[in-house]
Design a protein around this ligand. Structure first.
Ligand SMILES: Cc1ncc(COP(=O)(O)O)c(C=O)c1O
Length: 488
């Protein structure tokens, strides 16, 4: 005898109420507690996961249903379901739950997160639903307004995939700290505002609260890339942003085990002018259930759990790495071969005061060590070498402890020269506008002791005093993708 669809819908309502109550309780906890436990409760472990105290990796393509009624209720999204891992999966859910809670920490808001296979996929998933053709105005030329100081991959997505290939104009904000620079670019065809806080690698920074008010005035969303700050230092939704994107690959997965991303959106965006009610009601769920279902860019369950394990200690890690970065920035600032250090933590940085308003170590006032709000500025910085690109390459090539790689957010210190790597494709002109000269080295400081990183930088910089650099000729495998071996 069929139980009927309604039987499952009622059971689903009870489950959803239980989860909502649990999350309300969790919301009262401090940031560290939320980061450790997220939405994975003891009840969930005992009822569904054999008591496993760590969130399990659900390596399964799909979910089975008891009967056709349950399948119908599930596939019409009337009950909690994960259905098929291209769309959702319990491991993804545990990650999405914790990210949504951390990005809304300390606010009255609730948010929904959709985890993706990379930060770039997250950016596309956050922006593209606002770039759809209005059937009433098929010839309208859409535009979006975004800072020109963005990660190189974001630059390519905006400049090539959207502007060049789809004829959607990217209007670039050059002086992002000047609100007039934003406002003058907005018109009735502007679909969203976008910025990185702080930017990679240049540490560009703007008054988020003012930009959010501007977005609100035009009834368009403000999308913020919060990768560099992480929710441990900044929660843009609390300042009025509508949507946050994360390259989860970075500091959130400091172990470096995988590539992933996330879109975290405030629920209820009814103030937006876009004519799409489901999108406005719950943007995170909307993209998960519709565009991402159809385009397929969501995260894999294994990456979700690898990230969860790193997030548990996010606050203390970013505190430690920020303090180390500050020490290194101060050391470099005084070094004879350094032309300029870009780090928001330095008092000499023109945006230092503004950064103090936004970059605060979460819960530092409840920390035994501080007992007050303290500013922390993250572990990404850059510095420019006197004597131009040639000298920058000499110093870079002499690094021994710091890894040369196009990466950031790691527990190991990593450096790159953006003009020849992450920001190479955007070309000389765009790098000039974004202030990314060829003598700039980006350094993302890891969990090592600061003395050892300073020692490495000291020896690397001494190459400019005539120290010789060791050179070993490489051998490459035919595949190219596998690593090069070094010939003695
Ligand atoms: C600030 C920022 N946003 C987005 C991305 C893209 O993220 P992913 O490499 O995970 O696609 C990066 C990558 O470096 C980044 O630094």
């Amino acid at each position: 005898m069929s139980k009927g669809v309604n039987y499952y819908v009622e059971a689903g309502k009870r489950a959803m109420k239980w989860h909502a109550d649990y999350q309300k309780k969790m919301k009262q906890c401090r940031f560290d507690t939320i980061a450790v436990h997220g939405v994975y409760s003891m009840q969930e472990a005992l009822d569904f996961n054999q008591g496993a105290i760590i969130e399990p990796i659900y390596m399964s393509s799909s979910q089975a249903y008891r009967d056709s009624d349950e399948m119908e209720a599930a596939l019409s999204y009337q009950i909690p379901t994960w259905c098929y891992s291209r769309i959702a999966n319990p491991s993804m859910y545990y990650l999405e739950g914790v990210l949504a809670m951390l990005e809304t920490y300390g606010t009255k808001y609730t948010a929904t997160c959709c985890a993706t296979s990379s930060g770039m996929a997250a950016i596309a998933a956050a922006c593209d639903p606002f770039l759809t053709v209005d059937p009433k105005k098929p010839n309208e030329k859409m535009n979006f307004v975004a800072t020109c100081q963005v990660y190189g991959g974001t630059f390519q997505q905006f400049a090539v995939r959207k502007d060049q290939e789809k004829n959607i104009e990217w209007r670039k904000v050059v002086k992002s700290n000047d609100i007039k620079d934003w406002e003058k670019l907005i018109d009735k065809n502007t679909r969203f505002l976008y910025g990185e806080m702080p930017s990679n690698p240049g540490q560009a920074f703007f008054d988020l609260e003012k930009v959010a008010k501007l977005a609100n005035k035009f009834k368009i969303p403000l999308i913020i890339d919060n990768t560099v700050a992480t929710p441990a230092l900044l929660r843009p939704l609390a300042w009025g942003a509508d949507i946050v994107i994360q390259s989860v690959t970075k500091t959130l997965t400091s172990s470096g085990f995988g590539i992933s991303g996330a879109v975290i959106a405030r629920n209820n965006l009814s103030h937006l002018k876009i004519d799409n009610e489901p999108l406005k009601a719950n943007f995170g769920f909307y993209i998960k259930a519709l565009p991402n279902r159809d385009n397929g860019p969501n995260i894999s369950p294994i990456n979700a759990i690898l990230t969860i394990n790193d997030i548990r200690t996010l606050r203390s890690k970013i505190d430690m790495m920020s303090r180390t970065t500050m020490k290194i920035a101060k050391f470099l600032e005084k070094h004879k071969h350094i032309e300029q250090v870009d780090y928001l933590g330095l008092e000499s940085h023109p945006l230092h005061k503004l950064a103090n308003k936004y970059l605060v170590l979460v819960d530092s006032e409840f920390d035994e060590m501080y007992k007050k709000k303290v500013n922390r500025y993250g572990h990404l910085m850059s510095f420019r070498i006197k004597g131009g690109a040639k000298n920058a390459r000499l110093v870079f090539d002499a690094m021994e402890r710091i890894w040369r790689a196009t990466d950031l957010g790691r527990i190991k210190s990593v450096a790159t020269i953006p003009s020849i790597s992450t920001h190479q494709q955007q070309g000389e002109e765009a790098r000039k506008t974004a202030d990314i000269p060829a003598n700039l080295i980006r350094l993302c400081v890891g969990g090592e002791h600061p003395d050892d990183i300073i020692a490495d930088l000291t020896q690397a910089l001494s190459v400019l005093d005539g120290k010789k650099v060791k050179f070993t000729a490489p051998e490459y495998s035919a595949g190219g993708a596998s690593s090069a071996r070094l010939r003695k």
